[in-house]
Design a protein around this ligand. Sequence first.
Ligand code: UN1
Length: 513
Amino acid sequence: LATFGMDEALKELGIQAVNAGTSTGSQQMSSNELIESYSPVDGQLIGKVSTTSKEDYEKVMQTAQAAFAEWRVKPAPLRGEIVRQFGEKLREKKEALGKLVSYEMGKSYQEGLGEVQEMIDICDFAVGLSRQLHGLTMHSERPGHRMYEQYHPLGIVGIISAFNFPVAVWSWNTALAWICGDVCVWKPSEKTPLCGVACQNIIAEVLAENNLPEGISCLINGDYKVGEFMTKDARIPLVSATGSTRMGKIVASEVAGRLGKSLLELGGNNAIIVTPDADIKMTVIGAVFGAVGTAGQRCTSTRRLIIHESIYDQVKDAVVAAYGQLRIGNPLDENNHVGPLIDTDAVGMYSAALEKVVAEGGNILVEGGVLQGEGYESGCYVKPAIAEANNEFEIVQHETFAPVLYLLKYSGDVADAIAIQNGVAQGLSSAIMTNNLREAERFLSHAGSDCGIANVNIGTSGAEIGGAFGGEKETGGGRESGSDAWKVYMRRQTNTINYTTDLPLAQGIKFDL
Ligand code: UN1
């Protein structure tokens, strides 16, 4: 671990060989099973984290409930001040945390830093928002009455996050939930538990410095069974879950079964439409970063390029040539573009996808393969691949979390491309590359892209935190991060106040005693 300053980074983040995976304010270590975290970068064991037992979970919930009683009555701008301090700490620890993200998850160091930057950005956003959280006022139909609405804290927010954004997704939820007066219980992915411990250590320091209960931010660890503690727990009014559509369907039905709320960020099957009026150079950069960034493991990764037949060969040749330039290797080494997949299971799914596309009649343009030998000992490094395919192929309809890009051809006008783009079960991110105003506007119109994110002359990934993030259909419908996504973390109350001595009834109803 001595390479790339990893040891120093772990020390700075308070990561030890064995870590408390449950944090309730008392940092108790239990004799529970341990989750071992191996780096996909070099296959080394980084550390272990204890799983959360049902008893631990009960303690966490009690601590969270007590913390909520205290936290919800603090003025929102004061809660914002705590989030501001958290953002400052993240600035101090940006390099160390970015390195850990890169080492434990496998994304490039630049992308690790980018992820921490998203955390800082959402903190800044939340600080400003803490002086807003606006409700509306409306005119009453009754004389001498005033009506308005206000937003109150919701309670305990459960957060289930995925390995691919092991720190940012948590912060999109927590930064907003905290200024809204909620407390959070977080179950990070069991594939990136140390990122969870590092984040918890940072916020715990801020809370301690302000004499606030650590229960404002709780950490639990384990697999889906630990997640189930939360989905089935009526004390948790909102469960925010990021991950596969399969997982989301289970969470949604469990939470709905007790009439709780869920916020779902699930799979994407994101496409870039490339029209005859596209700027090819921009298209290539956008498409290649979208497809191979984070080794194709973003929910916003570009999976499909929908190219007009008139420029198909030109775009195909340019993208294939760009793939020839890609350097695959240790993501902490900034000379490399592409790091490893998260684990060997992911490698298996990548290989299976390539076999399937061939079996369905696809044509491989850039050969895939698992890399072996020096520097690739973890067995998690794969070659980004490109295949020509049809949108109807089962494998194209499916989100494979790996760097496999499908090229699809369209003829006719942009409406035909939009039909292909929308012709999948998922609806997260979409893009069009064109300098033609009519095409761009049709893509953005009511009859255009059906996704939660629709970009013009930008790729599908890399959304800024200021906009609401999420998508439709099997992506789950949730919105996190910017715009008015904060509203889901609060409960809305309508208030009507009578400042007269009469009691007129609404709808003109007469009721005399
Ligand atoms: C995810 O992959 O779960 O838009 C989140 C992006 C990033 C977030 C992706 N800002 O690519």
